[in-house]
Design a protein around this ligand. Structure first.
Ligand code: NA7
Length: 532
């Protein structure tokens, strides 16, 4: 196949890729989008499991770059379900005429940089070769599905599914004996629905997770009208929040340690009723201090005991550690589902899932037989989608070598030694700890600005300076140490993937990050270096 030449190749057509393509085309660049899926939507294309829903409210989890777009789109629920978010991504692709620029069902296999031409050669599984100046990785943070390498998996005669690679047309579990491995967010959302359909559902839990009721409901027209009457102001205030959403959400700023038992109980109950992530805003110090956090964790455990009738099951479902350290889950009737006669919980914390057989799987020396097994086992988060490609920068150094001890980036946007390569919401940026749509818009606009600067300066390439990268990695690390986040085995740390370096990947605090980006821009993109 003949090599095709572009100014920019954007890998991924999720929310990040769509807006990036839109911006670069607007600048007059020739742009090619490459997407392994058959359509746009990224995460929301793949995660079609029953109950899949966003845990950020719909008025926040949407683009703000176009006021007509945010005014005209109608979200039907407080927390959007996957089909509606996918429909929104499809609407955006149509409205801004992005599809003609995207090649679907095409996986990038390698990307190599040539220091003499300052260009990237990108190869795909379809045999295409692209020659491009800029390469933008809009590859998503939770897109590399993680299926543990269980011995004997190939021998299993039943059906298997991964929540993050769900069949396009759904799955009918009616009358089936189903096993599900994992109790993260995907499991917690899907278990109530699978349980309602299947003959029998067995949940294999390695670590109990904290979950709070989402309290999803139809959108409130009055609240929507209020936000839409001045959406830009709502967005501006949202960007000032630590996670870039919910500017009007109540937040307790005082310390739980200063409250009386009755005050504590009342406040936690009030925030429990609000639903979703808001629970962790009940007091100002819940994520800063282990003793403070323990009060919130105790409250949730008491709720689990109220909701789950069998005391032994309630005990097993009660998480031991820090609430919010692993991402908090928001559910609809998750704990109550364990009161159903057809739902069984198996603790695999001490006796792991050992192997698969033709009929099912063995855990703790017991064979469990199934028609279907669901892997709700998560993702190789934040770095997986990048490291699964053969990316080579200057001197042929691979990204896998560069990141052998953990990801190194400048601002989560660029990597020293990999000129003209940009990562969107990569490690070192607020990414998964903030509203992802706001994060991708911020990055798309910043990458656009860096490229515009380079072109104005008549340069051939831009690269992060190694010292700037080193300082930034240190900053990200130090910030995480000030919180409780590094104190558990979360995917934020890569702890869910055997052998992955244990490094806290996201930058905590959207407003400070925004201030840093603004400072860098004001200082003529300090830390970035142009090459001519
Ligand atoms: P998560 O949150 O990473 O959850 C994966 C779950 O799978 C978690 O409970 C894991 O237990 C479990 N797991 C992984 N490997 C195994 C093995 N080998 N045996 C038993 N259990 C295992 O992924 P999700 O898809 O639920 O959610 C990802 C994000 O998507 C979520 O945070 C939201 O942002 C949306 P562990 O806790 O590691 O002991």
């Amino acid at each position: 196949m003949a090599t095709q030449r572009f100014d920019a190749v954007v890998v991924g057509a999720g929310f990040a890729g769509l807006y990036m393509i839109h911006l670069l085309r607007g600048e007059g660049l020739s742009v090619k989008g490459l997407e392994r899926a058959g359509g746009v939507g990224g995460t929301w294309y793949w995660n079609r499991y029953p109950g899949c829903r966003c845990d950020v409210e719909s008025l926040d989890y949407s683009y703000q770059f176009s006021d007509p777009l945010q005014q005209e789109w109608v979200w039907t629920e407080r927390y959007s379900a996957q089909p509606e978010i996918l429909a929104y991504a499809e609407h955006v692709a149509t409205r801004f005429e992005l599809r003609p620029l995207i090649q679907f069902e095409t996986r990038v296999t390698s990307a190599h940089y040539d220091e003499h031409t300052h260009r990237w050669t990108v190869a795909t599984d379809k045999g295409d070769v692209f020659d491009t100046r800029f390469l933008i990785m809009a590859t998503g943070c939770l897109s590399a599905a993680n299926t543990p390498a269980f011995p004997g998996l190939r021998d299993f005669k039943g059906r298997t599914f991964h929540t993050g690679l769900w069949p396009q047309n759904g799955v009918d579990f009616t009358g089936r004996r189903v096993g599900i491995i994992g109790t993260g967010s995907s499991a917690i959302q899907s278990i109530p629905l699978i349980a309602a359909q299947a003959a029998d559902l067995t949940v294999f839990q390695r670590t109990a997770n904290f979950s709070v009721p989402a309290r999803n409901r139809p959108s409130d027209p009055a609240a929507v009208a209020r936000v839409k009457s001045n959406y830009p102001d709502y967005r501006r205030r949202a960007r000032q929040q630590a996670a870039a959403f919910g500017p009007d959400n109540p937040r307790g700023l005082d310390s739980v340690l200063a409250a009386t038992p009755a005050q504590r109980q009342r406040r936690f109950e009030e925030y429990w009723q609000l639903g979703g992530f808001m629970f962790l805003g009940a007091f100002g110090d819940l994520m800063l201090n282990e003793a403070a956090n323990a009060y919130a964790a105790d409250f949730v455990r008491s709720k689990i005991r109220e909701m789950v009738k069998d005391p032994q099951t309630a005990e097993l479902l009660s998480p031991k550690g820090i609430i919010g350290c692993k991402r908090l889950c928001a559910d609809t009737h998750y704990y109550e589902t364990y009161n159903r006669a057809n739902v069984h919980l198996v603790d695999v914390s001490q006796h792991p899932v050992e192997r698969f057989t033709t009929r099912g799987l063995v855990a703790g020396g017991v064979e469990y037989t199934f028609d279907d097994v669901v892997f709700a086992t998560g993702f190789d988060a934040m770095t997986g989608s990048l490291l699964r490609m053969d990316i080579r920068g200057k001197n042929g150094v691979s990204l896998n070598e560069k990141w052998a001890a953990g990801p190194l980036t400048y601002l989560g946007l660029m990597i020293a030694g990999f000129p003209n390569l940009f990562t969107m919401t990569g490690p070192g940026s607020p990414s998964v700890l903030a509203n992802m749509v706001t994060g991708v818009e911020q990055h798309a606009e910043y990458i656009h600005d860096v490229i515009t600067w380079l072109r104005k300066e008549n340069a051939n390439a831009v690269e992060a300076r190694i010292d700037a990268e080193r300082d930034w990695v240190q900053t990200v690390n130090v910030r995480s140490q000030l919180t409780l986040y590094p104190r558990c085995n979360s995917w934020y740390l890569g702890a869910n993937v055997p052998g992955k370096p244990r490094v806290f990947m996201p930058y905590i605090g959207f407003p400070d990050y925004t201030a840093k980006l603004d400072d860098v821009r004001a200082e003529h993109f300090a830390g970035f270096e142009l090459q001519r």
